[in-house]
Design a protein around this ligand. Structure first.
Ligand code: AVJ
Length: 322
């Protein structure tokens, strides 16, 4: 059966440590919650909604780059690759490239395996000639690896949407080094990176008029309530999203609206009015810094495509051995 669908949402050993990880980050002097917890099923849908907002330019700008330069990107990549989609979500971005890239195998990887399985099942119906195998995995930390069924010829790691911006530059380098180590002999990376720009644009993109980004951020507390049996009262928290020029990044926080005690399985903490939980960083790079970061991880940028305002870059980088 050539076209048989195959879905393997592997149980992720890293998820077993979630309570300890969250407990520690909530107790830190500056409390924080990893942005990976933004993507429960509702969070993934809210992120899709963010991508429709007029203020949130990255998804649209990146899509325009793929539309305009898709032919060149496909020629640079070559047909028949093993397309490994890191943080696949609804798989829509990769699916849009299937007719151009014509991959042999498609391996979407995402922490939200539930969301992923639905998306892949639908996609397999449309592209029966591509072998699809989903992987439910947290690849944000160290120690992840791909299952054996992933072909090791002509791997193309696809990391669009400027997800790399969630890492600090140091973490990003380590992450890219791990990707590099899994590239095989002739592997490459196709990455989307959001570029530094006017701060007014950034402030609006991460604090939109409709409050969709606020809902996305606040939903994190619902998720943590479920994961930790915590009792965050969502109405007592407010979304903050703004550019931090010293750090070159957008930050999202949740700000306590009044003094309150929050308890969870194994712990508790008092938050004072105005105190925040830091929930996300979104670093913005200059093109030269992005290229240097890739080089430090063992890649050589072969092509850089941008939009006319130079708000976003899509970079193809080949793995070179050191
Ligand atoms: C998916 C991490 C690229 O940083 O722009 C959108 C997530 N956060 N709005 C980003 C996000 C707030 C997004 N990334």
């Amino acid at each position: 059966m050539l076209n048989q669908m195959s879905l393997e949402a592997l149980p992720d050993p890293a998820l077993l440590h979630v309570p300890a990880e969250l407990d520690a980050s909530l107790r830190a002097r500056q409390a924080w919650i990893s942005p990976k917890f933004l993507y429960d099923p509702l969070g993934s849908k809210l992120f899709e909604a963010i991508c429709e907002l007029p203020e949130y330019y990255p998804t649209r700008t990146e899509a325009a780059i793929f539309d305009l330069h898709g032919g060149e990107i496909a020629r640079t990549v070559g047909a028949g690759c093993t397309l490994i989609d890191l943080g696949a979500g609804n798989c829509a971005k990769a699916a849009g490239l299937f007719p151009l890239l014509r991959p042999r195998q498609y391996v979407p990887v995402d922490i939200s395996a539930e969301f992923l399985n639905d998306a892949v099942a639908r996609l397999q119906q449309r592209f029966r000639e591509i072998e699809m195998r989903a992987v439910g995995m947290d690849f944000s930390g160290a120690g992840w690896d791909l299952p054996d069924f992933v072909r090791d010829e002509r791997r193309l790691f696809f990391y669009p949407g400027s997800s790399i911006g969630n890492f600090t530059p140091e973490e990003a380098r380590e992450f890219l080094q791990r990707v590099h180590a899994r590239c095989g002999r002739d592997g490459a990376l196709l990455i989307g990176i959001d570029l530094a720009k006017d701060r007014g644009v950034l402030d609006c993109a991460y604090d939109d008029a409709l409050g969709v980004t606020a809902a996305f951020n606040l939903n994190l507390l619902r998720h943590v309530n479920r994961l930790l049996d915590a009792d965050f009262d969502i109405r007592q928290w407010r979304h903050r999203g703004f550019y931090n020029p010293q750090q070159g990044r957008v930050e999202m926080h949740l700000e306590a609206q009044r003094s309150q005690l929050v308890t969870w399985r194994g712990g508790s903490r008092r938050f004072e009015a105005g105190e925040t939980i830091h929930t996300e960083n979104s670093y913005k790079y200059r093109p030269s810094d992005a290229i240097r970061l890739l080089e430090e991880a063992g890649f050589a940028a072969s092509r850089v495509w941008t939009d006319e305002r130079e708000w976003f870059a899509v970079i193809h980088a080949r793995a070179v051995s050191h």
